[in-house]
Design a protein around this ligand. Structure first.
Ligand SMILES: Nc1ncnc2c1ncn2[C@@H]1O[C@H](COP(=O)(O)OP(=O)(O)OP(=O)(O)O)[C@@H](O)[C@H]1O
Ligand SMILES: Nc1nc(=O)c2ncn([C@H]3C[C@H](O)[C@@H](CO)O3)c2[nH]1
Length: 207
């Protein structure tokens, strides 16, 4: 039996994950899983002082996403229903490896694997790649106050971390389809033709 599709939209901060996920969910008639941002008590503190707050923040994201992933598996994947999410749980490792240091990083990595290794993961990843200027423009356009403190070097580093992580996933999980989307060129918000092209590629993957 063919497994139901579990699609994750990924990319660095401000790439357009939530926007594209919402648009595709509506177009394809799929239930949507979105990450919790506004109720996160550590994000503002983290952007002001990353060294002091990174462990709390990464653990908060990991526990929330773990719970959401468990629920997604029970509600959709185990029942053979397709679903689209605006993140892949693997992003915890991408961020954690960047923001944590020393023993905290080692402990966090272990907890990540203990929690997630035995859970089903997305079989399709839509990876939105975008350069620093594009991301800065979109983050500014969205205007979240706590992100005003974000360092450009951190964002640039994450762009590179995402590229490495996707290249490594392509090797370690060869059955996962990774569709790269050029977020600099594709303006799926303003240009319906651009969105239609992406939607048609995703539909092909689902058939
Ligand atoms: N392809 C695009 N073209 C033009 N504007 C875009 C595009 N994608 C997203 N935007 C705009 O950029 C802003 C950020 O998008 P969005 O919140 O979807 O990003 P995100 O990747 O989910 O961010 P985060 O990493 O913080 O969760 C929004 O204002 C959105 O309207
Ligand atoms: N450090 C860190 N670890 C994560 O797992 C993570 N996931 C998202 N974010 C940040 C990016 C946006 O500002 C905001 C919304 O995505 O939260 C994260 N930050």
């Amino acid at each position: 039996m063919k497994h139901a599709s579990f699609i994750a939209v990924e990319g660095p901060i401000g790439a357009g994950k939530t926007t594209l996920t919402t648009m595709l969910a509506a177009e394809l008639g799929l239930p949507v899983i979105k990450e919790i941002v506004e109720e996160n008590p550590f994000l503002g503190k983290f952007y002001q002082n990353m060294d002091d707050w990174s462990f709390q923040l990464e653990m908060f994201f990991l526990c929330n996403r773990y719970k959401q992933l468990e629920d997604t598996v029970l509600e959709y994947i185990d029942k053979g229903k397709a679903v689209i999410s605006d993140y892949h749980i693997y992003k915890n490792l991408i961020f954690g490896e960047r923001t944590l240091k020393g023993t905290k990083r080692d402990k966090y990595r272990e907890i990540y694997h203990v929690l997630t290794d035995d859970l089903p993961k997305p079989n399709i990843i839509l990876y939105i790649r975008a350069d620093l200027d594009t991301l800065l423009t979109r983050i500014a356009k969205r205007g979240r106050s706590f992100e005003a403190e974000m360092d450009n070097a951190y964002l640039q580093q994450l762009i590179e971390d995402y590229d490495s992580a996707m290249a490594s996933l392509a090797v370690t999980e060869p059955n996962t389809v990774i569709l790269a989307i050029d977020g600099n060129q594709f303006d799926f918000v303003e240009n319906p033709q651009h969105f239609a092209e992406i939607a048609s590629q995703v539909k092909e993957l689902l058939t």
